[in-house]
Design a protein around this ligand. Structure first.
Ligand code: NAP
Length: 303
């Protein structure tokens, strides 16, 4: 299999919201698509759109060179794939795992795949189903680079921003989880702000407009944080951790006075208190990184 453009058959196992979107995007790109889902009725819309329905997981695997799996979790995926019949059918084929998992699960799957003679790529979808196939849809892929390169055209059917992130199989899901950590913290911060605005009679639309103007500032904080983490130094002259801690205390006070749930503000306050207690109160905001870090990693102490 050396010509990526020649790979025209793909099976999609799992037709939930995301798996169905993947199958539709493969169909839209002109590929031959075979589908299987535990609840067989979800195959019907895809069959009407041109896919073939397989009667079993084994038949779905036999139907194509590339097998895309997108089910709830790795336990569900393992239960489907770890049978002698399916393993035999997968031998020599390309398994692309779109199911969300952890680095350990990706490594375990890699060991299993190597044992069974299966080529394995791990993919992390950074988009909602509505964006699959769109130019700005980002999907991270890790695993053997040669296998990715051979199937870049097929995977490119799923979005304009399919990125190979590295050979270690855990790369895609580690980056995915880290990006989701950033996404959820930012989204919940916005929602807490919206609740504060509502409690004080400020229109959420006004809050949104100004928040959008501040987005470049968040980008700058991320850039500076990256530089400081790399240098291992949080010295600066913008605002000390103690100053940020006072701002957080103010947010906490307002949530309590306004009757808004203080859970997020309490969590932020705890992290800043921990950073101050570690003797980093005079450093810049990125010093809070020290409160998150894995303790067992050897590092030079901050002077
Ligand atoms: P979903 O709509 O809830 O679909 C779940 C799929 O998993 C269905 O096909 C379901 O089959 C199948 N499934 C569940 N348990 C199973 C089992 N024990 N055996 C066999 N099949 C089983 O979820 P989704 O949104 O498609 O998400 C699927 C994966 O994509 C997840 O890992 C999710 O984290 C990831 N993802 C989703 C999004 C998103 O925005 N939706 C974005 C990025 C990544 P039935 O139809 O028979 O129930």
């Amino acid at each position: 299999m050396t010509d990526a453009a020649a790979v025209q058959s793909v099976s999609v196992i799992g037709l939930g919201l995301m798996g169905s979107a993947l199958a539709r995007a493969f169909l839209a790109a002109g590929h031959n698509v075979t589908v299987w889902n535990r609840s067989a009725e979800k195959c019907q819309p895809l069959v009407q759109a041109g896919a073939s329905a397989a009667a079993s997981v084994e038949a779905a695997v036999e139907g194509s060179d590339v097998i895309a799996v997108c089910v709830l979790d790795y336990d569900s995926s393992d239960a489907l794939l770890h049978t002698p019949e399916v393993e035999a059918a997968l031998k020599g084929k390309i398994l692309v795992q779109f199911t969300t998992g952890t680095p350990r699960q990706a490594r375990d799957t890699e060991s299993w795949a190597q044992l069974k003679g299966i080529h394995y790529l791990d993919a992390a979808i950074m988009a909602y189903p509505k964006s699959i196939g769109a130019p700005d849809c980002t999907i991270l892929v890790s695993g053997p680079e040669l296998i990715f390169a051979e199937h870049r055209a097929l995977l490119g059917s799923l979005g304009g921003n399919v990125i190979f992130v590295g050979d270690p199989i855990c790369m895609a899901c580690t980056l995915e989880t880290s990006l989701l950590s950033f996404y959820y913290a930012a989204a919940l911060g916005f929602l807490q702000g919206a609740a504060l605005c509502e409690a004080e009679g400020v229109e959420v639309n006004d809050f949104h407009s100004i928040a959008m103007e501040l987005l470049p500032g968040i980008g700058d904080t991320i850039k500076v944080s990256t530089e400081m983490i790399q240098k291992g130094s949080y010295d600066g002259a913008e605002a000390a951790v103690t100053t940020h801690a006072a701002a957080i205390a103010h947010i906490l006070q307002l949530t309590r006075e306004a009757g808004v749930t203080p859970d997020l503000a309490e969590c932020l306050s705890g992290l800043f208190e921990k950073t101050v207690s570690a003797g980093l109160g005079g450093r810049e905001l990125p010093a809070v990184f020290e409160s998150f870090r894995k303790r067992s990693i050897e590092r030079t102490p901050i002077e």
